[in-house]
Design a protein around this ligand. Structure first.
Ligand code: ZN
Length: 180
């Protein structure tokens, strides 16, 4: 089985807060998750391996072309209100198969100190329907994980800690490799 890991953004920072930058952290999480998936015998494909711009269209296309069995996009959140915090995970609207995995991912991360904001369909996202999910979910379970809020002090303390990131990566890899 092969997993496509999609670190959000690249070459354009994405969200920022408390001295943290989304695109660098998303790449760090993707590398760690990939490492732990490979330890469990899975193959991994990355939509970017460094800080470069990658179009949304090419991300899903890569996952489909390389016949991945799961697509995981990794992001960090930001909000105008510094009290917004926690993890949430999106699936394409109506994609129940992926929503179940999304719920297991947020439950696993919430056991490590992040508030569980739950599994949601992308129509509930601030960004509306999410292109990378729409391009992949008919071929494989497709998830977009927002691990925490850079703009929240407590979340940023966790996200900025490499030991937390490592534990979170193990938890995500476990959920993904245990499904079905
Ligand atoms: Zn993002």
């Amino acid at each position: 089985m092969r997993v496509c890991l999609d670190p959000g953004h690249g070459g354009n920072t994405g969200a920022r807060g408390n001295g943290l930058i989304e695109d660098a952290l998303a790449l760090d999480f993707a590398r760690r998750i990939g490492h732990h998936l490979r330890l469990r015998g899975w193959e991994t494909v990355m939509t970017r391996g460094d800080d470069r711009f990658v179009t949304l269209a090419s991300r899903g296309a890569l996952a489909v072309r390389t016949k991945c069995g799961l697509f995981l996009s990794i992001h960090l959140n930001a909000a105008a209100s510094p009290s917004a915090r926690g993890c949430e995970c999106f699936a394409a609207a109506g994609d129940e198969r992926s929503l179940k995995i999304a719920a297991r991912l947020t439950a696993a991360l919430s056991s490590m100190g992040l508030k569980n904001r739950g599994a949601k369909y992308d129509t509930q996202s601030a960004h509306g329907s999410l292109r990378v999910l729409r391009d992949t979910y008919k071929n494989m379970p497709a998830l977009l994980l927002e691990i925490g809020f850079l703009t929240n002090k407590a979340d940023a303390e966790l996200l900025g800690d490499k030991f937390f990131r490592e534990r979170a990566a193990v938890a995500v890899a476990e959920v993904i490799s245990q499904r079905d």
